[in-house]
Design a protein around this ligand. Sequence first.
Ligand SMILES: C[S@@+](CC[C@H](N)C(=O)[O-])C[C@H]1O[C@@H](n2cnc3c(N)ncnc32)[C@H](O)[C@@H]1O
Length: 254
Amino acid sequence: MTSAFDAVASSFERFRILPDGVPQAIRASIFAAVHSSSAARILDLGAGTGRIGRTFVEAGDTYVGVDTSLAMLREFRDSTTKACLAQADGRRLPFRNGSFDVVLLMHVLSGTGDWQPMLNEVRRVCRPGGIVAVGRTASSEAGINVQLKHQLKMILQSMGIPWHRSQESHRQSLDWLKSLATRHVHSQVASWNHLGTAQEFISRHRSGARFAALLPDVQEQALQKLSAWATETLGSLENGLAEQRSFELDIFEF
Ligand SMILES: C[S@@+](CC[C@H](N)C(=O)[O-])C[C@H]1O[C@@H](n2cnc3c(N)ncnc32)[C@H](O)[C@@H]1O
């Protein structure tokens, strides 16, 4: 089993670190929504390097992390030996029906256009009355991150590369979950100021799984065009621009 994340595993957290306290706030919100105690059986689907899952492991929770990318799981394993981790595809999970009280999908749904088979499996392994928690970091619409993402999409499309906006998959999958859930709660678990630069965006994109899977020539051309646009629009690639970021959590009960 190979994954586009294999190539970017070693640099994933360098550009995507969450501020101190955010993973803990995510865990606290999830436990507040679960009607059982900390003995809840948790599946972290798309656990990655453990950026969020590590907090559950360190707290001693009944936690299983799965991911298609062995390289991402190796990074997780290097940071803690206590985690129960397995390589598995979320579209064919090796668990019985109703095995978990909580299924976490943290920054997983935006990256895949193919969310339906994964969510069918999530519902199957989540026990009746259990919860599915979908989380992601959001940036303000007027901020540098959203502007650069939009510009990159336009550049790639002008080069004949179809590039779906990740928010579209995320919204469609949330709508599907909402249509079936008995309860849905949306909350902003944390918010913080981020001082971003175009250079930081470009470096992060070089280590983004979807972008890194494009042909090297296409990546270089697109980033050169983006650099030119950013220099003209923002004055410099290094100009720091503050923007508001938040961690958004959608909890669905079934
Ligand atoms: C953006 S990373 C997020 C990792 C982690 N949840 C976090 O927030 O730091 C998305 C992860 O989902 C995994 N993933 C994507 N599709 C998957 C699938 N069908 N089954 C299992 N894992 C998958 C990727 O390999 C990657 O590690």
